[in-house]
Design a protein around this ligand. Structure first.
Ligand code: UD1
Length: 338
C-alpha cells in the first residue's frame, strides 16, 4: 500500500519511513531538502534495504503538488511532517512560518479531498496545551493561546484538518508530540540540526563533543523537583512507531471519529538537571554547564498522560531516557567522526 511521507528526510520523518517499510508499506518521500540532505535516503536504504521513491517537491508550490498527485494516483495514506519548527525563527519571521506550514497543508489537503477515501496523520505538538494546569496532560486539556507563530501553525493546522475532514473522505489522526530525542539503533539516521541547536539534547551532545563550550540551563527557579523545567523526552523510534499504528488504525477503518487526537510521550517527566545527570551517566562524560536566566516562552512542565494512546492504539513508549540519550550520544559521535 502506497504511503506518502512529506518531510520524510527530516528527523522524525526518516525514522518513520523506516518503520513503515518494516511493516511492508510502499513509501514515497516528498521533501524540499530545506532542513535535510539526500544522504538521509541512503541511511534509510542502509537500514531497510529499500530506497524509497523520492520527489524533491516544495509543498508551497501548488502546481508541483498537483503534478505529484497526477503521477502518484494510488496513495492511500499521508503522514505530513514537512514544516518549519524553530520557535525563535518563527517569532522573528512569522509570515515564513504561516506560509510554509499552512499553505503547504492547504495545498496538500486540496489534493486529498478529491479522493474518495484517504488516511492522514498530522505532526502536531504538545505546545498546543501551553502551560497546562494539570499534569500529566490529557488530550482534553484546553488548547491555550499559542506563544509563537510556530505553535500557532500547529493549532491552526489541527483546525483546518478538522474542518476539511468533515466534508471529505479524509480521516485524520493528530499526534501531539512531546520532546523527541535519540537516533536509530543502526546509527544510520538521526538528528541533524543546522547551526546552533535550540533544543536541549542536541545542545548537550554537541557540548560533550566540545563543539559548544558549555550548556546554559535556562533557569533553576521553577516550581519543580530541582527548579529546572520538566519535559517528557521520547525516543524518536518510539514516536515513529506511533505513526505507523495510527496510520494502520485509519487504513483499517478502526477509528471512532473522523479526526482523533493522541498525545505521544512516555508519560514520565524529567527535569533539565535529571537529563544532564542521565547523560553524564550513560556517556561517561562530564558536561560543563551553567545556570542562566529563564528562556522567554518556556513553560514550567509538560508531560503526557498516555492512557488514551495506549487504550486506543495499543502503543506505548519502550525506551528509557538513558537509552534515548545514549543513542543521541552515539549518533553525535558518528556524525563528528566523518
Ligand atoms: C521546543 C518548543 C516547542 C517545540 C519543540 C520542537 C519552545 C518554548 N518550545 O520545546 O514548541 O515543539 O521545541 O522540538 O521553544 N534548555 C536548556 N538549555 C538549552 C536548551 C533547552 O536549559 O540550551 C531547556 C529548556 O528550558 C526546556 C528543556 O531544556 O526546559 C527542553 O527544551 P527544548 O529542547 O528547546 O524543547 P521545548 O522548549 O520543550
Amino acid at each position: 500500500m502506497k504511503i506518502l511521507v512529506t518531510g520524510g528526510l527530516g528527523f522524525i520523518g526518516s525514522h518513520t519511513v523506516v518503520e513503515l517499510q518494516a511493516q511492508g508499506y510502499d513509501v514515497v518521500v516528498v521533501d524540499n531538502l530545506s532542513n535535510s540532505t539526500l544522504e538521509v535516503l541512503q541511511g534509510i536504504e542502509a537500514i531497510s534495504g529499500i530506497k524509497p521513491a523520492f520527489e524533491n517537491v516544495d509543498l508551497r508550490d501548488k502546481s508541483a503538488i498537483q503534478r505529484f498527485f497526477s503521477a502518484y494516483t494510488d496513495i492511500k495514506g499521508v503522514i505530513h511532517f514537512a514544516a518549519s519548527k524553530a520557535v525563535g525563527e518563527s517569532i522573528e519571521n512569522p509570515l515564513l512560518y504561516y506560509e510554509n506550514n499552512l499553505s503547504s497543508l492547504i495545498y496538500l489537503l486540496q489534493q486529498l479531498q478529491e479522493k474518495s477515501e484517504v488516511s492522514f496523520i498530522f505532526s502536531s505538538s504538545c505546545t498546543v496545551y501551553g502551560q497546562a494546569e494539570y499534569m500529566p496532560i490529557t488530550e482534553n486539556a484546553p488548547i491555550q493561546e499559542a506563544f509563537s507563530p510556530y505553535g500557532n501553525t500547529k493549532q491552526i493546522g489541527e483546525e483546518i484538518i478538522r474542518d476539511v475532514a468533515k466534508v471529505s473522505g479524509i480521516n485524520a489522526i493528530l499526534l501531539r508530540y512531546f520532546n523527541p530525542i535519540g537516533a536509530h539503533e543502526s546509527n544510520m539516521i538521526g538528528e541533524l540540526p543546522i547551526g546552533i541547536p535550540q533544543n536541549l539534547v542536541p545542545f548537550i551532545t554537541q557540548t560533550a563533543m566540545g563543539i559548544r563550550q558549555q550548556l546554559s540551563v535556562f533557569g533553576n527557579d521553577y516550581d519543580t523537583v530541582d527548579g529546572t523545567c520538566v519535559r517528557d523526552y521520547i525516543h524518536v523510534v518510539d514516536l515513529a512507531q506511533a505513526h505507523v499504528v495510527a496510520l494502520k488504525r485509519l487504513l483499517e477503518g478502526a477509528n471512532e471519529d473522523k479526526v482523533e487526537v493522541y498525545n505521544v510521550g512516555t508519560g514520565k517527566g524529567s527535569s533539565v538537571l535529571e537529563v544532564i545527570n542521565a547523560f553524564e551517566k550513560v556517556s561517561q562524560q562530564k558536561l560543563p554547564y551553567q545556570i542562566v536566566a529563564r528562556r522567554e516562552g518556556d513553560i514550567t512542565e509538560a508531560f503526557a498522560n498516555t492512557d488514551k494512546v495506549y487504550e486506543k492504539l495499543g502503543w506505548k513508549a519502550s525506551k528509557t531516557l538513558e537509552e534515548s540519550l545514549l543513542s543521541a550520544w552515539i549518533w553525535e559521535n558518528k556524525i563528528r567522526s566523518k
